[in-house]
Write a protein that binds this ligand. Sequence first.
Ligand code: GDP
Length: 534
Amino acid sequence: MSTINVNENKIKAEIAKRRTFAIISHPDAGKTTLTEKLLLFGGAIRLAGTVKGRKSQRTATSDWMEIEKQRGISVTSSAMQFEYNGIKVNILDTPGHQDFSEDTYRTLTAADSAVMLIDAAKGVEEQTKKLFAVCRMRGIPIFTFINKLDRESRDPLDLLQELEDVLGIRSCPMNWPIGMGQDFKGIYNREKNEVEVYQHGHYHEKDEIEVVDGNQEALVRQLGEYYYDKVMEDIELLDVAGDPFDMERIQKGELTPVFFGSAINNFGVQTFLDRFLTLAPVPTPRKSDAGPVNPDFPEFSGYVFKIQANMNPAHRDRIAFLRICSGYFERGMAVQHVRTGKTIKLSQPQQFFAQDRQIIEDAYPGDIIGLYDPGIFQIGDTLCQGSPFTFDEMPYFAPERFAKVTAKDAMKYKQFHKGVDQLTEEGAIQIYHTYGTGIDELVLGVVGELQYEVFEHRLKAEYGVDILMQRLPYEYARWIDGSKEDLQKFISGTNVVVKDKKGRFVALFQNEFGLRWASEKYPDIRFVDSPTKL
Ligand code: GDP
C-alpha cells in the first residue's frame, strides 16, 4: 500500500476547490460550442474559434473518435478539467444522440450537478426530457442555460412555463434577455441590477462586453424606451410572481437557476460560469454497500463509469474513466480492484485538457482520471484502499436491438472472439449465445442503433476483423427465473431463448404483446429486465 502523507486539511481544501458537472442537452442546442467557450476561460484552449463546431471540417475538442468526425455527432463522453479563478472545474461531456443515452446515464453518475442547455427557439426537446429525468432521479442540482438568443426565440416567459409544465421544475431567472434575434439588446442581471449590452459579433473576453448600470436614464439611452419598459415590466412580473432565489431548493434539484445568452458569440457565458461556480456543489458523497462514502473519508476510493477505446488514434489504447470519490490519489499508488480482489498499481493516470492528455501526479475527490486499461476494468468497478467495499450498481439498460454476428473471414476467428470479449467486458454491449439451435452463434444486443456501427468500427480498427451482422426481429430481452421444470417447459416450447455470458437464460420477444402472452402462459416464471434483479 502506498504511504499517504498528504494531510487531511490539504485534502479538504482541495475538495472545496472542485466542481464536477455534466452538460445535458438535445443535439444541436450548442453543447459543443458552450463547452469550448468554458474551456477557453480556463485557458485550456488558446483561441475561440480554433475548435469550431463539428459541422465545419475542423474537429471539436471534445469529439475524439473518428466515427464522430465521419458522422458529425458526438458518440462518446469525455471528461475535461480546467482551472478558473482558483477552482478546478471538471466537465463531463455527454453525447446528446439518443442511441448513446446509456453511456450518458452512466456518465451522469459521476457528476455532482448538471447544466441543462436549451435552445431558445426550440425549448425543452426529447433528449432534454430523458436526461433531465436521470438528473432528477439522482436529485442533483440543475442549472439552466438558455442559448441562441441572437436568433428569433420563443418568449422567455413561455420557456420558463415549459420547464415547469414539461419537466416539473420551478425556475428562478438569474438574468433576463432584452429582445432577441436581430433585436437582441443584452441581458439584465437581476442580482447586480445592470445590463450587459449585446452587440452583434463575437466576444473573446468578458471585458469586451459593455455593462450599463441599472439606472433609468442610462438604460433608456442604451436600450431605447420600448425595450427599457419591456424589461422593467418583465422583471416586475418575475419579482412578484416568480420563485425567489432559494439555495436549499436549488440544492435539492427543485428549483433551477436560469441564465440566458448566446454561446457562439460568447455572450452571457462568463457571467453564467462565474455565478454557476459559486452555486454548484462541491464533490458529494456516493452510495456504496458500506454506506455513503464522503469525499473527506481519508482512504482513496473511486469507480469506473466509462471505458473508451481509441481516444487518440496515435495511441490506440483503452482508457477507463474513474471518478474519485474519497481520499487522495497519487501516481503509482497500489489499490484494490474489489471485483477481482487483486491489488493493482496505477502507474499511468491521465487527465484530459481539451485535446491534450497528460500524466498526472495526484488527484482529489471530484476529479475524473483516465486509467490505462489493459483489459481488466469493467464499468462499475470499484477501486479503493483499506477495507474493500463496492459502489452502487451502475444503471443497467436492457438491450432493444439484436443481431447475429460472425467474422467475415473464418480465419480471423481468434481475433474476432478476443475483440467481442473485450468490448463486452467494457459493459456497453451485451453478447449472448444461441441456445438449442445445434450451433453456437453469437447474438449482439444493444440499446441503440449507432452502437452497432461503433461495434463494427472498433472490431475493424482495433482487431482487424470485418464482421457480418444479421439483424434479428426482437425488441425485448428478459432474464427468466423459475424452477428447473418450469424453465425447461418454457425452453422446449416455441420460445426464443439465448444464454448470457454467465450461462443464464434470456428470452427474446418481438414485441410487448409476445412478452405479455408469455408471462400469462408461464405464470410461475419471472421475467426480469436486468440480471441484477434475478
Ligand atoms: P451540440 O450538438 O449541442 O453540441 O451543438 P453545437 O455546439 O454543435 O451547435 C449546434 C449548432 O448551433 C452549430 O451550428 C452552432 O454553431 C450553433 N450555435 C451554437 N450556439 C449558438 C448560438 O448561441 N447562436 C447561434 N445562432 N447558433 C449557435
